[in-house]
Design a protein around this ligand. Structure first.
Ligand SMILES: [Fe+2]
Ligand SMILES: [Fe+2]
Length: 348
């Protein structure tokens, strides 16, 4: 069961942030997980040592309450402020020379911004300083959209303080960090999950806003060079591997995906990691199914502390020129993982 934050603890958290302590240092001090600290910093909007000035905060309130597109003059400044609780240094990766015998894709999903797990995401960003990915696939639920969820429609207390526009600013600030680390000409794919689908359900009830606040526009996905799959349950293919957000649930969800789709498939949605192989016609390769894990908080408020088998994680997929592929599922534990003999720690 997640521990509740008392007034006193929130005061301590604020003081530690103002001292410039890292998430991990505060976690040790308060005897909580880095994930829980990261979540509380965002939930209670704990500022760092550079709080907004009165003028800036007045301007921000004005901008956030204005239902226009994000491409206003304050956009860059707001993204910078959105990063006030985290920062990540970028190192330069040398471009590889010569023709490679395979291509490398980063496959990830279920960030659920603003319920994302920043240490988990940062650990991947650190790895991207060492690996130049030829492609990236985001399989959906990048945004959480609690602010427009039909589940929260009548829950005024739960949705208090949730601002769609602020969520988009945070979402953009994180996508910027990925873009900085992806090479020019990177093959980029972005799928909508059931949470992005809530946008369409919101427009269904508020048709006067049609054409506004669309995730593709507000996250600037086309400008960033993403091919966007805006239909929930869409499937696309690279080589011999298919990608989707995640269609089936239940105890044997990977088996179910393979049985129904009858092809190699990788997906998110279930927030847990699993790999499974099923029979194929004789003398052919067995069919693989892969569940990625998530990059969100392992205990978001709506779970109300219920136990779950979620794992933070992602996948690296290598494609041979003929379309054959190899999948490496990587589990992120408390914001860090080991890959290729190196620890990538997102708590720093
Ligand atoms: Fe999800
Ligand atoms: Fe989902």
């Amino acid at each position: 069961m997640a521990k509740k934050w008392t007034e006193e603890e929130r005061g301590k958290l604020k003081a530690y942030r103002e001292e410039g302590m890292t998430i991990e240092q505060i976690a040790n001090k308060l005897d909580r997980s880095p994930d829980s600290i990261d979540h509380a910093v965002r939930r209670y909007k704990i500022p760092t040592s550079t709080p907004l000035t009165n003028k800036e905060s007045k301007e921000q309130v004005e901008i956030v309450s204005n239902l226009e597109k994000l491409d206003d003059k304050y956009f860059e400044a707001l993204k910078k402020k959105a990063k006030s609780t985290w920062s990540v240094k970028k190192t330069q990766v040398k471009a590889s020379t010569g023709k490679k015998p395979f291509t490398t894709y980063l496959v990830m999903g279920d960030c659920h911004v603003p319920e994302h797990n920043m240490p988990a995401i940062k650990s991947i960003l650190y790895m991207m300083d060492d690996i130049k990915f030829d492609g990236i696939v985001n399989v959906g639920d990048y945004m959480d959209f609690g602010s427009i969820s039909h589940w929260n429609k009548t829950k005024k207390l739960t949705s208090e303080g949730m601002k769609l526009k602020q969520d988009y600013i945070v979402g953009n600030s994180i996508l910027d960090e990925f873009d900085k680390r992806l090479p020019a000409g990177c093959d980029k794919h972005f799928m909508f999950g059931n949470h992005e689908d809530w946008y369409y359900q919101f427009i269904e009830c508020n048709p006067m806003l049609e054409g506004m606040l669309h995730p593709t526009d507000e996250l600037k996905l086309k400008e960033r060079g993403y091919k966007v799959y805006e239909t929930y349950n869409d499937i696309f293919r690279i080589g011999q591997l298919n990608f989707t957000h995640g269609i089936y649930t239940g105890m044997h969800y990977v088996k179910k995906h393979i049985d129904e789709l009858k092809t190699n498939i990788i997906f998110g949605h279930l927030h847990s990691q699993r790999e499974r192989y099923e029979s194929s016609p004789a003398k052919e390769l067995s069919i693989g199914g892969y569940a990625l894990g998530c990059l969100c908080s392992m205990s978001p408020s709506y779970m109300k502390g219920r136990p779950n088998k979620w794992s933070n994680g992602f996948g690296i997929v290598y494609f041979y020129p003929n379309g054959d592929f190899e999948v490496r599922l990587i589990r992120i534990i408390r914001g860090r993982f080991i890959f290729d003999g190196k620890v990538y720690n997102g708590n720093k």
